[in-house]
Structures are given as C-alpha cells and as structure tokens.
Design a protein around this ligand. Structure first.
Ligand code: CAA
Length: 380
C-alpha cells in the first residue's frame, strides 16, 4: 500500500493549487455575493485541462485518472466550492456518462465540447416532486417514431443556467418503475426546452443552479444514451463516480476552513495569550485536522478503486461522500467558532465555507441516502 501521490498527481495538485490561489481565491467572495457564473475562470480552467480531466486525449481531454480529478476538485474547492462543483459536474456527471455509456458518434460530438469548455455540462435527474427516489420520475419520454418527445420539469440543476449539454432522465413507461427510466443527451436550443427559475441558494451561489422546463421537447433518436430502460443504472453508476468528487469538494472546503482557523488562532490574542495557546482551541484544531485527513483518505481510496477498474464501488464512494460531508460541516462550524463574532460576518471567508458545506450533505444524494447505500452493501 502506497499513500504517496505519484509524480503526475503531485504536478496536478500543484497546478490546481496555484491556479486556485492566484485566480479563484481573489474572486471567490465576490462571486458568492453576486451569484455570477465565473465564465472567465472556467475558460482558463478548460485551457489548463481541468474541465475535461477524465476525457481521453483522443476526444480532446486530459486523459487523467479519477484520483487526479479528486485531487484537483479538492484544490479548486478550497478556493471556491462553487467553481469546484461546476468543474466536478462537467467531468463526472456529464462527460463521464457519455464516455461510459455513449456510442462513438456521441463521444465524438460531445466530449470535445465539454473538454474545451465550449460547452458546459449538466445532469438533470431531480424534479420538483422527486429527489431521493429517482425510480419514480414524473418527466416522460414518448417514442414518436423519428424522435422522442420529452415533457417535465427538472429542479436544482447545477450549471443548468449556463450548460449547453444536459444528461436528462425521464420515464418511458411509469409502471416499469426504475426499468422504465431512460437517459437522453439534450442540447440547449432543442425545440421545447427552456430554462426556468434560477435558485437563490444559501451556498454554492455561482453555480447557475436552476429549473429546466421541457414542453414537448423534441430529442433526436440518436441522443438516447445507452438503451431504453437503462437510465436508472446509468444514473446510479454515474453518481457512484461523482460522489467521490463531492467528497473531494467537502475535503477542500474543510481544509480551507482549517487553514483559516489555524492562521487566525495565531493572530488573535485574548486574556494576553494567542488563541492557539488555549487547550480548547488546540482540541478543535486537532479534531479538524485528523478528521479532514481521514476524509481525504476515504476519497482517495474510493477514487483508487475506480482507477483500478473495480466495477462496483458504491459503498466506498458513499462512505467518502457521507464522511467528508460531515467533516466539512464540523470543520466549518469550528472555524466560525474560532473566529468568534468576526467569523459570523461576511468580512471573513469562514461564513461562506459554512454555507457551502451544508450542501455537501444534501446534493448528489443526502447523507441519509449514502447511509442506505452503505448499509445495503454491508448486508447484501
Ligand atoms: N450501479 C449500478 N446499478 C445500480 C446501482 C449502482 N450504483 N444502484 C442500484 N443499481 C441497480 C440495482 O442493482 C437494481 O437493479 P435490478 O433491477 O437489475 O435488480 C436497480 O438499480 C434498482 O436498485 P434499487 O432497488 O437499489 O433502487 P432504489 O429505487 O431502492 O434506489 C437509492 C436506491 C440508492 C436510494 C437511489 O435511489 C439513490 O441513490 N437515490 C438518491 C438520488 C440522488 O443522489 N439524487 C441526486 C441528484 S444529482 C444532483 O444532486 C444534481 C446536481 O446538479 C449536482
């Protein structure tokens, strides 16, 4: 067992870290305030290869492994969790299912667009009435012979307002439950597709999160991803991959909170002593650092299973996401606590981290869903 990153992974970590510090950190607070989508940053990230990290070189991507993706998502999320998830969704929720389940034509058409940042990708599973239970989607697909007709509304779609390529899930036969779900590649601009309400989120505010509306949307037959009825398994397998990145994102937020708390404890004096000299503060710092490292190792372990070609890693991916989310909540809460009244103001980044962290235990499957996945895998 080797706990060292390899030379390439170290280089990726260094590159992502430098980019995050120099380009993202200076605008992170501002885009959180305005909710603006960071187009310029995303374009630069695409040039660096970060938007298509797991896309093979033959389709214009960087052809890297999933551990490298997790490492980069952590570094980017340390500076801005919003930018971290824009990148993570593009790679693992949009490019990955096309790469894994798409035919050659679909790969050639869409992957270069996603790798170069010409198109941003999104994943549309959640609906107004369906969050945790996607076997019972209300959106429908009708086979019209020459094309599919898509109807329904999708909610809370990360990147939705800016994306050009969407993986959309809907049912072709409700009675079949999960076996009736299909996955379609939908382009912005398809007739009958419009963008709905923009979500005014508590955190992750620059992610163009919004509603998607499909009213008799015409989708060409060749845009079916996989086969009829395979959509549920495509969604579940894709989420197994992308939950690793949410774990990485949570580790990034937690690490940022820890570093800010440590630095502040060395600046602030009370009762004639620096904060770090108080044992209660030391206990908080030790607690944060230990749990962050444990979360990071769970993320790396899950990613390494994917890189080694293990076909099913649902349990490890859910463990990484579940644990890292809890750690992010705890670390950001303690970071605000160490900053005291200042931590509760928008003058310090820790309040943003605290808000961003909350989403980690909600999206891409709540913590409760992760525990269901873990428990089912332990029992079966
Ligand atoms: N990989 C492949 N196949 C899988 C699978 C996986 N990880 N998990 C389940 N399956 C298969 C099962 O083997 C089963 O197959 P058979 O029909 O051949 O037996 C089938 O799928 C049905 O499985 P279950 O009975 O376990 O399905 P379920 O309805 O009980 O659901 C669940 C299981 C884990 C609760 C699942 O519904 C789930 O993960 N829910 C959460 C959904 C979620 O994460 N939503 C977030 C949306 S994404 C997002 O947040 C958007 C964004 O913009 C970031």
């Amino acid at each position: 067992m080797n706990f060292e990153l390899n030379e390439n992974q170290k280089l990726i970590q260094e590159t992502a870290k430098r980019f995050a510090q120099e380009k993202i950190e200076p605008i992170a607070s501002e885009i959180d305030k305005t909710g603006e989508f960071p187009h310029k940053i995303i374009k630069e990230m695409a040039e660096l290869g970060l938007m298509g990290m797991i896309i093979p070189e033959e389709y214009g991507g960087a052809g890297l492994d999933f551990t490298s993706l997790a490492i980069a998502v952590e570094e980017i999320s340390k500076a801005s969790a919003s930018v971290g998830v824009i990148m993570a969704v593009n790679n693992s929720l949009c490019a990955y299912p096309i790469l894994t389940f798409g035919n050659e034509e679909q790969k050639r058409k869409y992957l270069p667009l996603l790798a170069t940042g010409e198109a941003i990708g999104a994943f549309a599973l959640t609906e107004p009435n369906v969050g945790s239970d996607p076997a019972h989607l209300e959106s429908t697909i009708k086979d019209m012979g020459d094309y599919f007709l898509l109807n329904g509304t999708k909610r809370f779609i990360t990147n939705g307002g800016e994306a050009k390529v969407f993986i959309v899930f809907a049912t072709i036969e409700k009675e079949k439950e999960h076996k009736g779900i299909c996955a379609l590649i939908v382009e912005r601009g398809f007739e009958g597709f419009s963008i709905g309400k923009h979500e005014d989120l508590m955190g992750l505010r620059s992610t163009a999160n919004c509603e998607l509306i499909f009213e008799d949307c015409k989708v060409p037959k060749e845009n079916l991803l996989g086969n009829i009825g395979e959509g549920f398994k495509i969604a579940m397998h894709t989420l197994d991959v992308s939950r690793i990145d949410i774990g990485a994102q949570a580790v990034g937020i937690a690490q940022a909170a820890f570093e800010k708390a440590l630095a502040y404890s060395k600046e602030r004096k009370q009762f004639g002593k620096y904060l770090y000299e108080f044992e209660m503060i030391q206990e908080m710092l030790a607690n944060m650092a230990t749990k962050i490292q444990a979360a990071r190792l769970l993320v790396y372990y899950a990613a390494s299973l994917k890189d080694r070609g293990v076909s099913r890693f649902s349990k490890e991916s859910s463990m990484a996401k579940y644990f890292a989310s809890e750690v992010a909540i705890e670390a950001t809460r303690l970071a605000v606590q160490i900053h005291g009244g200042y931590g509760y103001t928008k003058d310090y980044a820790v309040e943003r981290y605290y808000r961003d962290a909350k989403c980690m235990e909600i999206y891409e499957g709540t913590s409760e869903i992760q525990k269901i996945v873990i428990a089912r895998n332990l029992i079966s």
